[in-house]
Design a protein around this ligand. Structure first.
Ligand code: ATP
Ligand code: MG
Length: 213
């Protein structure tokens, strides 16, 4: 039975590689330096497809990949339709935070009932967070460099991933609210899990055994 695993380059990638390795899966070439988008492995029946991080759930949802690794941030935005999420891989850990320019009195603005402009790559997470707090917001969708938005008056606050806080500090921003903890998860196409159970189950077990503490 052929298996296709969707991985993304970039931040998750280095932390991801020990997982296929634990399952005895070695890429035929280094996906980080290769320009190929389909990469064979030492297993004739297992291949990797290299996609944008935020596209992993889509490839797995439609069965173009049987398995994938995606951040919880991306999975919440996607919605998870058609996906089974059996393992939290405990890698690429960070936090989804609200951040503002240093000196902006966020708590006062919230208390006052002000309508806030929020710039983010994560409109669903942001919308749900502020709705639960009863804060009225206008969401401004961005694709990157969110930190710039408050500095040039595009937004009052951003919703973004924070790990060390170095990027916030470098741009005179401060985190004012923690929304959720983020890590990467294994996702499996629900139909593939049934139809290819004998091929997928050993991979799930190997991945589970390689999760960092
Ligand atoms: P691009 O940077 O090309 O726009 P991307 O933002 O989708 O692509 P990455 O920045 O590599 O891709 O992020 C991929 C995933 O890594 C995110 O979905 C998130 O789960 C995780 N991640 C992002 N930033 C951090 C961080 N600072 N620390 C740990 N994990 C992170
Ligand atoms: Mg990025």
């Amino acid at each position: 039975m052929k298996l296709t695993i969707a991985l993304s380059k970039g931040r998750i990638f280095e932390e991801t590689l020990p997982l296929p390795a634990a399952a005895g899966i070695t890429p035929a070439e280094d996906p980080e330096s290769s320009r190929k988008l389909i990469i064979g492995t030492n297993h004739e029946n297992v291949r990797l497809v290299i996609v944008r991080a935020s596209d992993v759930p889509t490839y797995v949802q439609y069965g173009a990949a049987d398995l994938g690794i995606a951040g919880r941030d991306v999975l919440i935005e996607h919605g998870g339709t058609g996906l089974y999420q059996p393992l939290d891989l405990n890698i690429a850990k960070c936090r989804m935070m609200v951040a503002t320019e240093n000196g902006f009195d966020y708590d006062a603005a919230v208390k006052r009932g002000a309508r806030l402009k929020i710039a983010t790559k994560y409109p669903k997470i942001a919308r749900e967070h502020f709705a639960a707090k009863g804060v009225h917001v206008d969401i401004i969708k961005l694709y990157g460099s969110m930190e710039l938005a408050p500095l040039v008056g595009l937004a009052d606050a951003i919703v973004d991933l924070v790990s060390t806080g170095g990027t916030l500090r470098a741009n005179n921003l401060v985190a004012v609210e923690h929304i959720i903890d983020i890590s990467s998860r294994l996702v499996v196409n629900q139909a593939a899990l049934k139809l290819k159970y004998d091929s997928i189950q050993p991979v799930l077990e190997a991945f589970a055994s390689a999760i960092p503490a």
